[in-house]
Design a binder for this molecule. Structure first.
Ligand code: B12
Ligand code: SF4
Ligand code: SF4
Length: 405
């Protein structure tokens, strides 16, 4: 706790909302009636953070050991950056030795409707809830910088570093240690107030702040998330094999999607929300009130035929400012083709035809698989005969050869 006499007399002008509330807080702070931690929380709320709590930079020891086990098992797949940064990721002080306290922030991204509704519409593409809006990295990072600036202005010194999935930091265990929620059996942080719909950010500082109490596990005997997973990606509660997770396969994985998962992916073209959406703690969730993270309704159920026809400029324009844009057009076409293959709608086969001569082997290979599922065997074989005469890519040739198998 920083005492009142350590506080700078003037507070920086608030750039966020609730100016009046902030100014009132500043008055109380100047009068020594608010602790630094309370003022920080007030400022965080004014900036649009739904949760703000503090933990020590020493926490939490077991997370690093579990990370090592996870990497050892190969569960990170081709996310090599997870292994390369393991040492710094395992402990905040390995990343920044001067760190003494960590302020963890949460932003609610809940929705009013059923986040899984599009799964019932196989001719549409399902984009996960976090991605149907502005990229949270950009929204949250700006706020973290403002909050960090506020903190430094309060004490008149110190150093800070802000992170939102932008550095090797284990955000979930840190958030649990700070008391924002607990890591549920689906491995994400669950909040008693916002259910599974929280995005996280962190401020590291060399200042010593009073830590909050950690949150306890409130999963009990529930296993709804484990049972809901379409690809059986949980080898055990609290353990995720990313190689099987639809979020990894559709967002992170750079190669072709292994055949064993393609059908289970259904029409999910970017990420997956199934394990989050079934969590009973979501009954306390609410639609986010954050205008900067407002849902883009036009992205909730995009026709797959239109998506397959998008050129690169169209793809960039449609997904500008959202996390989907970072996927790149080639992997996007791969995902759309897989979803079309799962549509059971032979009329969508026409949308795949242009992708058969696509410049990307990823898109071509996925389209061949999809076409085999939509066309009668004879029609597919006739196409395969012609295509194999020209196709040079070994993996795509393999898709043609496998055909209906
Ligand atoms: C890598 C990564 C992924 C990977 C791997 C996910 C994972 N579970 O690790 C993939 C691509 C699959 C992924 C998917 C998603 N991600 Co992601 N991802 C990350 C990232 C960059 C690192 C996570 C990490 O450290 N993994 C390593 C492993 C070791 O961690 P872990 O699974 O959490 O392991 C813990 C448990 O296994 C636990 N444990 C093990 N045994 C036991 C036993 C007991 C009894 C207990 C209690 C615990 C326990 O200990 C480990 C350490 O705490 C973070 C951002 C960050 N820098 O932290 C975002 C992050 C976790 N992702 C996020 C989101 C939103 C998602 C998706 C929902 C996106 C989507 N809709 O598609 C999905 C959710 C999938 C899921 N069920 O986890 C958010 C989660 C917010 C939250 N409320 O928790 C984060 C924090 C980003 C952010 N800044 O908001 N992600
Ligand atoms: S995000 Fe989807 S695929 Fe990944 S673990 Fe959750 S339910 Fe399974
Ligand atoms: S669905 Fe059940 S087991 Fe899974 S995180 Fe929520 S409460 Fe825990």
């Amino acid at each position: 706790m920083v005492s009142a006499d350590q506080v700078a007399a003037g507070l920086p002008s608030p750039a966020g909302r609730s100016r009046a509330g902030h100014d009132a807080g500043a008055g109380l702070r100047r009068a020594g009636l608010l602790s630094l931690e309370q003022a920080l929380r007030g400022r965080a709320a004014a900036l649009g953070f739904d949760l703000c709590a503090i933990t020590s930079a020493d926490a939490p020891a077991e997370a690093g050991e579990r990370l090592a086990q996870w990497l050892e098992s190969g569960a990170h797949g081709d996310m090599e950056w997870m292994a390369e940064t393991a040492e710094r990721r395992a402990a905040p002080k390995a990343l920044w030795p001067q760190a003494r306290s960590i302020i963890m922030l949460g932003v609610d991204y809940g929705a009013s409707g059923d986040p899984l509704a599009t799964l019932e519409r196989p001719d549409r593409g399902a984009v996960s809830l976090y991605a149907r809006r502005r990229d949270y990295h950009e929204v949250i990072k700006g706020r973290l910088k403002q909050l960090a600036g506020f903190l430094l202005a309060q004490v008149g010194g110190g150093e800070v570093k802000v992170f939102v999935d932008t550095a090797p930091v284990m955000e979930k265990p840190l958030a649990q240690a700070a008391g924002l929620g607990w890591q549920g059996k689906h491995t994400n942080l669950v909040s008693r107030r916002f259910g599974s719909w929280l995005l996280l950010g962190a401020i590291f500082t060399d200042l010593s702040l009073t830590p909050d109490a950690p949150e306890e596990d409130h999963c009990g005997s529930c296993r709804a998330c484990l049972d809901a997973c379409p690809t059986k990606a949980f080898p055990a509660p609290y353990r995720l094999d990313a190689r099987r997770c639809v979020a990894y396969l559709t967002i992170e994985h750079k190669g072709q999607i292994p055949r064993e998962f393609r059908e289970a992916i259904g029409n999910r073209i970017f990420g997956c929300d199934d394990c989050l959406a079934v969590c009973p703690w979501n009954k306390f969730a609410r639609a986010t009130r954050d205008a900067k993270l407002a849902l883009r309704e036009d992205l909730s159920a995009l026709p797959l035929a239109d998506l397959a026809a998008l050129d690169d400029a169209g793809f960039r324009a449609l997904f500008a400012g959202t996390p989907v844009k970072r996927l790149g057009h080639a992997r996007f076409r791969r995902n759309v083709a897989i979803a079309i293959g799962n549509s059971k709608n032979p009329r969508l086969a026409a949308a795949l035809r242009p992708l058969l001569s696509d410049s990307s082997p990823l898109a071509r290979g996925a389209s061949v698989w999809a076409l085999a599922r939509l066309l009668p065997a004879g029609d597919f074989s006739a196409l395969a005969g012609k295509a194999l005469a020209e196709e040079k890519d070994v993996a795509v040739r393999d898709e043609w050869a496998k055909g209906h198998t």
